[in-house]
Design a binder for this molecule. Structure first.
Ligand code: GLA
Length: 394
């Protein structure tokens, strides 16, 4: 089910009455820099025009309640009690973690909240980060806490680590909170320094193609990759105690010690070290307006993710193979954590329709599945939806 801010506002008025604060929290894409964030490398994400919407107001009866439109289910929160993860319903843990963090700062007012959105779940567009960030931002506004956006980003990530159990990097939450319309962010995940670059696609478009599959064990495989990288760092640190992450490593150092690595650790580290370099090179391409060179690097990233890092799957590989063969596509790769979800493609605008038709047909023939197609634009990070816009709707 997809919900817009109209649906969320209407549901709020039906259930609780009154005029809530309405917040939009976007999902994200990532142009390049995959699985580099938790290795202290660079990423290049941007928020998109798909999001989660929150309607939130102080509770008049003193009882805090969160209502999920998707699950059609309310959940009562005792703000005075201890906040810890629950077994059921699991959707509430994304939000409880945020409450836990905000409670360290201040006493929160009891509230009523309705939320829902239109980010396709499980397609690697960070619906979970948008839920965490949107809720953190909305509670911060409602309670006038004045916590800055970067702190809210860290709280949202904390929630994902500790209440959801995925040891994600910082990229998704940062993109959902900090993005700027029409721009990509180049984020240094070690220092959290960042800069915006306008994405000038002149004559090209961004197209996401959704495999519509999500293979099991996604979260545990993600955590395993993270551990493999950490083990690689420990091995290298024996030679140089200054090495704290794969950001401090280059390819020749890595190759010099190849024999000391076990299992797949070397390949995992090699991919990450190459990808960290690649993002910086891709950023130079972008500054030089060389979109073709940028696109070529996206194909390289896919190869690394598929062969060395092994987070792709046959469906993603297939969609990238089809894209590579198409004359209108200058760059394509799997995007996000992997094992399913979307590919991101840079396609000549004139050839977008032909590309989509070709891809959908081939995918159906081979996998008997309808690929999802999303044409996205780059949007601002989390924001309040102003009253004028809401009045125009209702
Ligand atoms: C998921 C995580 C991010 C990042 C990507 C892979 O989206 O939440 O932190 O690690 O995977 O780049």
């Amino acid at each position: 089910m997809e919900f817009t801010h109209h649906d969320v506002l209407r549901a709020f008025r039906e259930r609780y009455q009154g005029s809530p604060l309405v917040v939009r929290a976007p999902g994200r894409i990532n142009l390049i820099g995959e699985h580099t964030d938790y290795n202290n490398g660079f990423v290049m994400p941007a928020a998109i025009d798909y999001g989660t919407f929150f309607a939130l107001a102080p509770a008049t009866d003193g009882v805090s309640e969160i209502y999920s439109l998707k699950y059609n289910e309310p959940y009562t929160v005792d703000l005075a009690g201890e906040i810890s993860p629950v077994r059921n319903p699991t959707w509430v843990n994304y939000l409880l973690g945020v409450i836990h963090q905000l409670k360290q700062h201040a006493t929160l007012k009891p509230f009523k909240c309705v939320f829902g959105g239109n980010i396709p779940i499980g397609s690697g567009l960070s619906s979970s980060a948008s839920v965490e960030c949107g809720f953190a931002f909305a509670l911060n506004e409602l309670n006038a806490l004045n916590i800055d956006r970067q702190k809210l980003v860290l709280m949202a990530q904390w929630s994902e680590h500790n209440f959801v159990g995925v040891k994600c990097g910082i990229m998704d939450q940062f993109a959902s909170m900090m993005s700027k319309k029409g721009n990509v962010i180049l984020l240094d995940c070690r220092s959290l320094e960042y800069s915006y670059s306008p994405l000038q696609l002149s004559g090209y478009s961004l197209v996401l193609c959704d495999t519509k599959v999500k293979h099991a064990l996604v979260d545990s495989d993600y955590n395993t990759r993270r551990n493999e990288c950490e083990r690689g760092v420990e091995r290298l640190r024996k030679h140089d105690p200054n090495i704290r992450s794969l950001r401090d490593v280059n390819e020749s150092m890595l190759r010099k010690h190849e024999q000391e690595f076990e299992g797949k650790e070397f390949n995992r580290c090699l991919y990450v070290v190459q990808e960290i370099e690649r993002v910086q090179a891709a950023n130079r391409d972008l500054q030089n307006n060389d979109l073709k060179a940028f696109g070529a690097r996206m194909f390289e990233t896919h190869e690394g993710l598929s062969e060395l890092y092994q987070v792709s799957c046959k469906e993603l590989d297939f969609l990238v193979k089809i894209a590579r063969k198409h004359s209108g596509v200058i760059g394509a790769r799997m995007m996000g954590g992997g094992f399913g979800g979307c590919t991101i493609n840079i396609v000549r605008t004139e050839e977008v329709d032909a590309f989509i038709a070709d891809l959908v047909k081939s995918y159906r023939a081979d996998f008997n599945l309808d690929a999802g197609i999303y044409r996205v634009s780059l949007e601002n990070g989390v924001s309040v939806i102003q009253e004028q816009e809401l009045n125009m709707i209702l």
